[in-house]
Write a protein that binds this ligand. Structure first.
Ligand code: ADP
Ligand code: MG
Length: 465
């Protein structure tokens, strides 16, 4: 895992990599006070509802949407008064970068990379909301998850810049933007978030957009944000080779254990729940998340599940929900953290036993279909729609009635809750991306033992021709 998280050294003009310094972080937080409060409150209110549908795709996507909304530039200034805990250095660097280019009225481009949940969007959101950048730049923030085509990106930019266009086609919008860039205009700050959500065809639009800062008189500061390291490996060298103005880079390293503890401590303090986690319970949770992914979204989700478990343990079944919700004295112990962690990151023994009897048959079929696509289908990324096509054939060939798309998405949500998969965003249900989280070799070994499942792994007839 550590290898996966390691910073990839880019062939970059200037590589910025900021050291962790967590000593004073506790003093510097509260920037997301309202956000944290609102989110935790919602989650505690939702706790009961969450028990059954904790990670259905709808829920997950809602959560993702909430997270991105939280971080989108709509946040009020009040919420953004102080830099994000544990990201003071990255934010400081961004502040300097943007100030410098604003003062000099000079174009530039920047490529931000980092695993999901490392606070990239949240940090950008903070920066975009600083009054000096709100006033100084004409800002355009686009989350590429929602963009169906290059045309939609261009038309969105036109809309945000309020440019008149001669039509709605890609060409019309593109021309309008280029024309605008050549005229005298206010400095533009264009942020393209989640560029890894563009498929490879649509990613070619990046090469065009990253050329804009190099155009004479353009005065554009362009920031591209990517979650996936493979995109960074593939795209950045190409951008740097092709674009006349090579992008600078800023990497968001996964959060360390100390940083996760600091963030948690503050989120809980803002909720008046400082004593909910015993110190050892919090240490364990932070240690595990930092060892696995350093993903704060995941850490907060697991934290909520642990609080929920502690509540359920404290209150016997005959207690009313009302009483349960009113009580704020629940304390989380190490045991409960271990229980949730074990459920989410069970490890190989768990894969073995889950694949054996822990899963309903349909979920096993889904897992086998994913394995089939990854091993025999040579696909690089799995889209929900493609998975459904393969899964349907797999089930039908075995006289099992297949789940429809919606039901299969829900089943994938349950697999995600077990830590087997990770679901990404997508413009439509079929376009959602999905990643296998469990070790492929271990899972294959576990499935190989069962004749029904093992046969599916070799059944290439179910793959698209
Ligand atoms: N330093 C932090 N302090 C508080 N919350 C954070 C911090 N970093 C991330 N989060 C929370 O974790 C979630 C994921 O963060 P986000 O900025 O969306 O990550 P990324 O864009 O890198 O995937 C969000 O809900 C965000 O509010
Ligand atoms: Mg993000």
């Amino acid at each position: 895992m550590a290898g996966v998280q390691a910073t990839i050294q880019f062939r970059s003009r200037k590589k910025v990599y900021l050291d962790e310094d967590v000593t004073n972080e506790n003093k510097n937080i509260l920037n997301i006070r309202k956000t944290g409060e609102r989110k935790l409150k919602r989650n505690i209110e939702d706790l009961k509802k969450d028990i059954d549908d904790d990670c259905t795709p709808v829920k997950v996507s809602r959560r993702e949407t909430v997270a991105s909304k939280v971080t989108a530039k709509k946040d009020s200034e009040e919420e953004n008064q102080k830099p994000l805990t544990s990201r003071e250095k990255e934010i400081g660097w961004l502040d300097n970068f943007l100030t410098e280019h604003l003062d000099k009225e000079e174009s530039a481009s920047l490529y931000i990379s980092g695993q999901p949940g490392t606070g990239k969007t949240a940090s950008l959101s903070y920066i975009l909301n600083l009054p000096k950048f709100k006033e100084g730049y004409k800002q355009v923030y686009i989350n590429c998850t929602m963009m169906k085509s290059a045309a939609s990106i261009y038309s969105r930019i036109c809309k945000e810049l309020q440019l008149p266009t001669s039509g709605t086609t890609e060409k019309a919008c593109f021309n309008a933007i280029e024309k605008y860039l050549k005229k005298k205009h206010k400095m533009i700050l264009l942020v393209l978030d989640e560029i890894d959500q563009l498929d490879s065809k649509r990613q070619s639009v990046l090469y065009t957009i990253f050329e804009w800062p190099a155009m004479a008189d353009s005065r554009v500061v362009l920031i591209g944000i990517a979650n996936a390291l493979d995109l960074t490996e593939r795209t950045l060298p190409r951008l740097q080779a092709r674009c006349s103005l090579r992008p600078e880079t800023l990497h968001f390293a996964p959060y360390t254990k100390e940083q996760i503890i600091n963030i948690f401590t503050n989120v809980l303090a803002n909720e008046d729940k400082s004593n909910v986690f015993s110190p050892v319970a919090l240490q364990m949770l932070a240690a595990k998340i930092s060892a696995i992914s350093g993903d704060m979204r995941r850490a907060l989700d697991i934290g909520r599940r642990v609080i929920e478990l502690a509540r359920r343990t404290k209150f016997s079944d005959n207690q009313s929900i009302d009483n349960m919700m009113k009580d704020s004295t629940v304390t989380v112990e190490l045991k409960q953290v271990l229980e949730v962690l074990n459920d989410v990151y069970g490890g190989s023994r768990k894969i073995e036993s889950d694949a054996e009897d822990g899963f309903p048959l349909q979920q096993k079929l889904i897992l086998c279909s994913i394995m089939l696509m990854l091993t025999k289908g040579k696909v690089k990324e799995i889209l929900m729609g493609k998975l459904h096509d393969v899964y349907k054939k797999v089930a039908t060939a075995r006289n099992i009635v297949p789940l429809d798309m919606c039901e299969m998405s829900a089943a994938c949500g349950l697999l995600e809750a077990r830590g087997a998969l990770r679901l990404g965003a997508g413009a439509s249900a079929r376009a959602r991306r999905l990643r296998l989280q469990w070790d492929r070799a271990e899972l294959a070994a576990a499935l190989r033992d069962k004749p029904l499942l093992s046969a599916i792994l070799d059944d290439v007839s179910c793959l698209p021709s």
